[in-house]
Design a protein around this ligand. Sequence first.
Ligand SMILES: NC(=O)c1ccc[n+]([C@@H]2O[C@H](COP(=O)([O-])OP(=O)(O)OC[C@H]3O[C@@H](n4cnc5c(N)ncnc54)[C@H](O)[C@@H]3O)[C@@H](O)[C@H]2O)c1
Length: 278
Amino acid sequence: MRFNGKTAVITGGSSGIGRGTVDLFLREGAKVVMGDIDTDEGSAMMASLGDDFHFQKCDVTQEDDVKALMDTAAEKTGGIDIVFNNAGAGGPRDSIDEISGDDWDFAMALLVKSVAMGIRHSAPYLKQRGGGSIINTASVCSFQAGFGPVAYSTAKAAVLHLSKVAAADLAQHKIRVNAICPGFIQTNIFAATVGANREETNQINAVLGQAAASAQPVARPGIPDDIAQAVAYFASDASGFVTGTHLLVDGGLLVGNRGSWDPEEPGILDAILPDHLK
Ligand SMILES: NC(=O)c1ccc[n+]([C@@H]2O[C@H](COP(=O)([O-])OP(=O)(O)OC[C@H]3O[C@@H](n4cnc5c(N)ncnc54)[C@H](O)[C@@H]3O)[C@@H](O)[C@H]2O)c1
């Protein structure tokens, strides 16, 4: 019960990583206020998760919605201690030589401005509590090309840097800011990005699970609870001396090319050297 007496605001909690984090934080004693555009799922969660959970419709691209979410959380529970700026989607898939300015702006509003405004409008409440912890969802895409669209990857790199700069700004108020960088996690984000229906979504998730397990050293797909556990570490007192940094939770996806970790795969030297020089 690491979060007894604490209030956590979580965005994008109707599905995937956010949903896994809502569940863990409730199990650990927090009051959770969750904002999402998926009102059907949010309302269903309100009906089933009990009095410590509150859902409010919130489109994180809209600053007024983000502010209203923070105001409601403080009003309903007496204050805010933890904020998980997590809502997101794959956004426009166009390459850099084709993307429109409007699509670019939308990706930045959804993935970067949303986080900045989440920090901006929760900070006054965290200050009132004498400090707190903010966790932002970045990605393996923050570091490398090839895992997501160009606008998404650029935005996730910005989330990483925003987390560092905000940590420096807010340290004087005992507010810590860190980023979490998931690898391939089995959620609906990939299917949602291409507009798949329910059946296609299940198929995509099954294939993704297998593909992720064979693409990384830890040979299983990531699940939302893998990320929730890392968020809980940043949110808890165990990380009291940790700010302005990030945690990769990717099953080792970024550890190196396949030859560096798979005994079945020839390393670069194995591949290029003639047999008598190996
Ligand atoms: N799944 C992965 O492999 C992965 C990897 C790296 C980073 N991420 C990031 O993790 C976060 C959560 O994604 P997920 O994988 O759980 O996906 P998901 O699709 O399961 O959940 C995303 C949630 O965000 C909500 N959302 C989307 N747009 C919104 C908006 N404008 N306002 C409010 N809510 C909105 C959706 O309704 C949904 O509930 C995202 O920021 C995503 O970019 C995911």
